[in-house]
Design a protein around this ligand. Structure first.
Ligand SMILES: Cc1cc2nc3c(=O)[nH]c(=O)nc-3n(C[C@H](O)[C@H](O)[C@H](O)COP(=O)(O)OP(=O)(O)OC[C@H]3O[C@@H](n4cnc5c(N)ncnc54)[C@H](O)[C@@H]3O)c2cc1C
Length: 396
């Protein structure tokens, strides 16, 4: 069972594990660091449910992406803008569901700085879901637990990537109690690469990392964030998100995503989710000015259920209608998978047995060039930021 090209096609979404009536499937890390299902032969009764529910095997959507409505949104009260990545749409959706006695399922950093999904109705836990964790999140047993909650007529908001939503939908089918909020995603990095990077940073700083914000809104605001690492010994390290942070440079150059991301089957197709949220890159300069560069979301409302949900929180936002064709010009991952980095295979071959330091060196070698260093200096002198702002001004 589950005999398909797992290395290229599996998303590690846990649908098979969640549906198996015999608990005969374990998720095991492959040598690239991604979870893949493994059948425990002694327990398997060959019922075939895992294959029938596998979203990677069974997806056959032909309809193109066609949201009911596309809007930009940023918060009227933006006191908490440093807590969220884009325009802070997720947190109000979550609060609304909690207000209605529901639960929220989303991604947090656990105590070992791994990205994992949790299911909770505790607002301080939900706040930990804020900010993008640029690594593949482990869904663990969330799908099973969502099923239990819905049996008791409890609502759940599930947030995650398109493939994770596909898993939820495949196992739990259409259920009015489950709301789905998709995060625009251009690819999920390997948890092993992230783990080794954490190891490298911790050794260098001689302290454990207790939190990371990859999209810290510092002096250049939302459009040019910093990454910020918080250590247990009280130290903090801050890097320009791209060009300076080695991990994020590898991330932005598509060096270590899951293989299936480069051919993401959900891109450009009618979405399975109720709403999709992302960054409104390349927004009109007037909007950026009014928002004081604190973060603007793009929201694709995919169906009536999504519309009803968003209507309940719309009072918190300044909202404008947008045109999808214009939005994707600056944010192609909404409809297109990113291209695989030519060095990906070599990078993972070398990864099998190298130290954390050597891995960081390899990422640098493969993704940094003269331009990277020039850009670092131009940012430091404020030149690149001025050019970026001018580009926004010229466009609109
Ligand atoms: C790997 C990745 C790639 C992305 N690529 C793009 C892109 O190319 N273009 C774009 O417009 N936006 C992208 N985003 C989405 C964007 O960064 C914001 O997460 C989104 O706009 C929500 O912003 P917010 O202010 O409403 O949410 P926040 O308050 O910041 O909440 C973050 C939300 O993201 C979820 N989340 C965080 N990390 C993960 C993860 N690893 N896996 C699944 N869910 C996660 C949380 O559960 C929460 O719901 C990406 C996000 C991730 C995690």
């Amino acid at each position: 069972m589950l005999e398909f090209d797992k290395r290229h096609k599996c998303f590690g979404c846990t649908a098979c594990k969640s549906i198996c009536p015999q608990q005969a499937i374990e998720m095991i890390e492959n040598e690239e660091g991604f979870l893949e299902p493994k059948i425990i032969e002694e327990k398997c009764i060959k019922c075939g449910l895992c294959e029938r529910k596998c979203p990677a095997i069974n997806y056959n959507q032909k309809e193109k992406i066609n949201p009911l409505k596309v809007i930009s949104a940023y918060k009227k009260n933006s006191k908490d803008y440093k807590n969220y990545t884009s325009g802070g749409v997720f947190i109000e959706l979550a609060k609304k569901i909690i207000e209605e006695n529901g639960y929220v399922c989303g991604c947090i950093w656990n105590d070992n700085m791994e990205a994992e999904h949790i299911l909770t109705n505790n607002i301080s836990e939900i706040e930990k879901m804020q900010t993008s964790k640029y690594v593949q999140s482990n869904l663990k047993d969330c799908i099973k637990r969502i099923k239990e909650l819905t049996k008791d007529e409890i609502k759940v908001l599930f947030t995650g990537t398109a493939c994770q939503i596909a898993a939820v939908k495949s196992v739990l089918e259409d259920n009015d109690l489950i709301y789905t909020c998709e995060i625009v995603c251009h690819g999920v990095p390997s948890p092993k690469v992230w783990r080794k990077y954490v190891g490298y940073m911790e050794k260098k700083t001689k302290s454990k990392i207790k939190n990371v914000n990859f999209r810290f809104k510092g002096k250049y605001g939302w459009i040019t964030p910093f990454s910020k690492y918080y250590f247990e010994n009280g130290k903090e390290k801050r890097f320009l998100t791209y060009n300076e942070d080695v991990y994020l440079q590898g991330f932005s150059k598509s060096l270590f995503y899951r293989k299936s991301c480069y051919n993401c089957i959900y891109k450009g197709k009618k979405s399975l989710s109720d709403v999709i949220i992302g960054d409104f890159w390349g927004c009109p300069s007037k909007l950026l000015e009014n928002n004081h560069n604190k973060g603007i979301s793009i929201v694709l409302i995919n169906n009536e259920k999504g519309k009803r949900l968003f209507d309940k929180i719309s009072e918190h936002y300044i909202i404008n209608e947008e045109v999808l064709e214009d939005v994707i010009k600056e944010n192609s991952p909404i409809i297109k998978p990113v291209e695989e980095n030519d060095n990906r295979q070599k990078f993972f071959e070398d990864l099998i047995d190298i130290s954390d330091e050597k891995m960081v060196e390899n990422i640098k070698k493969l993704t940094f060039n003269k331009n990277t260093y020039i850009k670092q200096w131009m940012y430091k002198l404020g030149i690149l930021e001025k050019l970026k702002m001018n580009r926004y001004r010229k466009k609109h």
